[in-house]
Design a protein around this ligand. Structure first.
Ligand code: PEP
Ligand code: MG
Length: 898
């Protein structure tokens, strides 16, 4: 029945907009207009399920209400009254009828679920007359009085804005006086008194008596729901979840049904499958003789849904059938709310169920097997971030951890171990088989060996792209960064937080997925690519165009990457190998060498180490490309910190240390001083190093080619690619290319064998992107180093920006996201686009990828897909995430093109 055209003169019906829809007039595709809840009940009504009759006032009406300075739009109230008459007809009850009163609920319902953010009024329609009617009808005066008490309380709080506490205090007092613990134990006389008291509060606080006319009650409640769209809670929630503020909320007015009318009544919430595991079982709670709000309030513990099967098998059966029907209808797991009123089942709500990562994957795969959804849909249903969660150890959701601090969720997963406060100790303890968590104020490259040894990293400073975060993510280890409430004393080896003291050796747990720091250990769930995830990723692989490679420095990382489906190594940062303990002293001597001759001597000592590193990684990746990047960071990063060295030398001088030792340390100090730069990030590093000290990269190139040839001789299929970082001018690259080619030829001649290899460069400086056409004449491939490209495009130093202002920028929406986490497609992305176009103009089949942190970020992956890159390269643990994200990007573009 069309509400607006019934019982209304023709002329007005055509000019008035339709603001109100009966449940039977809507459907599931009308979420914009009717909100999620309204569309859901409409669809259930259409499907012939038992839904208490009602109607929905549209989101457009809410917007019109605001637009006209908080007035109902023309015709809306009249349409609501008509719809109400229809509901009265359907139920045989009447609003305000003392003999057979209709009671309704008035609920908000926006397009997107905003749980608990807006307001609801229940039991509307009660007044002194209908109260008596209800008491008589139900033969339960206590029940009727309790309904009246709840209504007065909600109306006072929600519609009239009276502090909830005022009512709650009275209720508590009443229970105290009656010497009872729970609301249902209150006797009718006590409830009657309470209703009177509530009405007095309302009169006193609002200056007006509690309205007895149900239509006044309805009008005021609808207004209150409209208004709740803009309450602070709802506004904050929308800001946080990026829900637009101009959607408005719909209002659902629905016949009340009561689950608290005795033991043949009850209320429940159920999922059509287990939302934790994904198992195909009806999963949920049931509470006999209760209303929905009793479940939410947690006063009584609900029973498993199977208890309904025992108590009322016929009702259970009907519910089960409805649940199955709804799941089939929506082709997705449903979250259902229902009420049983005197053995009659009522369906109140259905919506797509929130689920854990594990359940999301299982459900998607199972539903394909059940022919409920297609493989395409399965691939689109799982969020890439959910896959990320699955590949890290997780805290068992049943655990009840003692959280002592909260930092930034810098690298996902959880780990327990003994707190240690320096990298050497972490390494020692790990070697003796102990699990440790490395706790530092912040980390730097000197801590890497400790990070390798630790199960996880906790820092008091730094953000999501601090050194600790980036390195931990690369290693697939959990990291909580920037836990600023920790007061760390590195020297005495302890930290305190909120009166808790954690000493070296005390057990702690960090949850890098939430940023929580926990005292003691907690039960964990170990990760793995299970059968379902493997199936989903295989479907994803068949749908993506982008290759997925990994950033890996060591054979062990390459192995993980390969097992997760990596199709190549997009970045092997050779300098990380220089940091390892036995090599660092040689590297330092090389840096401090007086002249080229001495430098070459130390480099010759490093050569076997580098060669064996490359043998390892090339062997692990046999048959697949491996991009090895030549040295990148400024040399002083391999030397001790200047300030620390100064303190050391001064102390030695004061303590009159042996002359020779002192001289050594003084020489070191002098060297560090000589290498200090104002802005090392923009100083002597990357390609510039190799141009100044060609012998360093000569050694590296020799190590790569010797390693590759030695493997080729053993029939290993090697595909090395040599990559130069930080190019800004083509001339830099041409010169470097000469050096590389010369060494390669030398080694070919010496070993009497040649191997194919590629020579390419990173694009991580704006000038390189802008002149990519020229650079592509020398480089055979490009790889976007978007970490540096973001720094240099914005003119931000990442560490300084994240430490000081970047998070505030994001909070205050000066920037939409942290550009180090998700590509700035507008600025940095524009440079990338230019580079791709110009590069391919010079070399049309040019291989182009990305190896910055963004290569593992789903939104950035989507952008890389549209740019036409060949692959994305990310940390090994993000490879599965990237496989899924790349497939979704391809499917989305395809759909759009269609
Ligand atoms: C980059 O700059 O994006 C990159 C991958 O190099 P690095 O992070 O080692 O500077
Ligand atoms: Mg870089």
């Amino acid at each position: 029945m069309a509400v607006t055209t019934q019982a209304r003169p023709e002329s007005r019906a055509t000019t008035t907009k339709k603001w109100v829809y009966l449940f039977e007039e809507g459907n599931k595709d009308m979420r914009d207009l009717l909100g999620g809840k309204g569309a859901g009940v409409a669809e259930m009504t259409l499907a012939g399920l038992p839904v208490p009759p009602g109607f929905t006032i549209t989101t457009e009406a809410c917007n019109a209400y605001y637009a006209s300075g908080k007035k109902f739009p023309d015709g809306m109230w009249e349409q609501a009254i008509e719809a109400l008459h229809h509901v009265e007809e359907k139920t045989g009850k009447k609003l305000g009828d003392p003999k057979n009163p209709l009671l309704v609920s008035v609920r908000s319902g926006a397009k997107f679920s905003m749980p608990g953010m807006m307001d609801t009024v229940l039991n509307l329609g009660l007044n002194p007359q209908t109260l008596e009617g209800l008491a008589k009808l139900t033969d339960d005066r206590r029940f009727a009085l309790d309904a009246y008490r709840r209504f007065a309380q909600m109306f006072g709080k929600i519609v009239l804005g009276i502090e909830a506490e005022k009512f709650e205090k009275r209720l508590e007092l009443a229970k105290e006086k009656a010497k009872v613990k729970t609301d249902p134990e209150l006797k009718p006389e006590q409830l009657e008194k309470l209703v009177k008291e509530f009405k007095d509060i309302i009169l006193k606080e609002s200056g007006k008596p509690f309205p007895d006319d149900p239509l006044d009650q309805l009008r005021a409640s609808i207004e209150a729901v409209f208004s709740s769209w803009n309450n602070k809670r709802a506004t904050d929630y929308r800001n946080f979840n990026k829900i637009p503020h101009d959607l408005g909320t719909a209002v659902n007015v629905q016949t009340m049904v009561f689950g608290n009318m005795g033991n043949d009544s009850g209320t429940g919430v159920a999922f059509t499958r287990d939302p934790n595991t994904g198992a195909k079982v009806l999963y949920g709670d049931y509470l006999p003789n209760a209303q929905g709000e009793d479940v939410v309030a947690g006063i009584r513990t609900p029973q498993p849904i199977s208890s309904l099967k025992k108590q009322m098998p016929d009702v259970y059966k009907e519910f089960e059938t409805n649940a199955e029907r709804l799941e089939k209808h929506y082709r997705d797991v449903q979250d259902l709310e229902f009420t049983v009123e005197k053995r009659k089942l009522w369906m109140l709500q259905t919506r797509s169920a929130k689920r854990t990562a594990q359940a999301a994957v299982k459900i998607a795969v199972d539903m394909v097997a059940e022919k409920l959804i297609t493989e395409d849909e399965a691939v689109q249903r799982v969020e890439p971030t959910q896959v990320d969660q699955l590949l890290h150890p997780r805290i068992d959701p049943k655990a009840k951890p003692k959280v002592i601090a909260k930092g930034i969720d810098a690298s996902p997963g959880a780990a327990s171990g003994k707190a240690v406060f320096d990298a050497d100790r972490a390494e020692q303890k790990a070697k003796s088989g102990e699990a440790v968590i490395l706790v530092r104020i912040e980390t730097n490259p000197d801590d890497v060996h400790g990070m390798i040894a630790a199960k996880g990293v906790l820092t008091a400073r730094g953000g999501k792209t601090s050194h600790a975060a980036v390195v931990a993510r690369g290693m697939g280890k959990p990291c909580v960064a920037g836990a600023e409430s920790l007061k760390i004393d590195l020297e005495k080896r302890f930290f305190t937080v909120d009166g808790v003291k954690v000493k070296e050796g005390d057990l702690i747990t960090i949850n890098g997925t939430t940023g929580e720091v926990i005292l003691g250990s907690v039960p964990m769930i170990e990760p793995a690519i299970n059968k379902d995830l493997n199936q989903l990723l295989t479907w994803a692989d068949a749908r993506r165009r982008l290759g997925v490679w990994a950033n890996a420095d060591y054979p062990r990382d390459a192995k993980v990457a390969r097992s997760y489906g990596a199709e190549g190594i997009g970045l092997c940062r050779t300098e990380h190998m220089f940091m390892e303990q036995e090599r660092l002293p040689i590297v330092q001597k090389m840096i401090l060498a007086a002249d080229e001759k001495e430098r070459r001597k130390w480099l010759a000592e490093l050569l076997p180490f580098q060669r064996s590193d490359f043998v390892g990684i090339l062997k692990e990746m046999h048959g697949l490309p491996v991009i090895i990047r030549l040295i990148d960071p400024p040399l002083h990063e391999f030397l001790p910190n200047y300030d620390e060295q100064l303190v050391k030398v001064t102390t030695m001088r004061l303590k009159k240390a042996p002359k020779k030792k002192l001289e050594q340390e003084e020489a070191l100090l002098k060297a560090i001083e000589g290498m200090r730069e104002q802005n090392p990030m923009l100083g002597l590093r990357g390609i510039r190093l190799g141009l100044l000290y060609p012998e360093i990269i000569e050694m590296q190139v020799r190590a790569i080619v010797e390693a590759a040839i030695s493997l080729k001789k053993k029939n290993v299929d090697v595909k090395p690619e040599i990559m130069i970082p930080l190019v800004s001018h083509v001339n830099e690259l041409s010169r470097t290319h000469e050096t590389v080619e010369r060494v390669v030829k030398e080694v070919f001649a010496q070993l009497k064998m040649e191997i194919p290899y590629k020579f390419g460069t990173m694009i991580e400086i704006p000038r390189a992107a802008l002149t990519a056409g020229e650079i592509a004449k020398v480089a055979e491939f490009f790889s976007f180093g978007t970490n540096d490209l973001t720094q240099t495009t914005f003119g931000f130093s990442r560490d300084d920006a994240e430490g000081k202002f970047l998070l505030k920028y994001v909070e205050e929406k000066i920037l939409p996201v942290n550009p180090f986490e998700s590509l700035d497609t507008v600025g940095v992305g524009r440079l990338m686009k230019i580079a791709v176009e110009e590069g391919r103009k010079s070399r049309h089949d040019m291989e182009i990828g990305i190896c910055g942190e963004h290569g593992g970020d789903p939104a950035s992956i989507k952008f890389c897909h549209t740019l036409g890159l060949n692959y994305v390269s990310c940390s090994p643990y993000r490879v599965p995430v990237a496989r899924l994200a790349a497939a979704q990007a391809a499917m989305e573009t395809k759909e759009r093109d269609r």
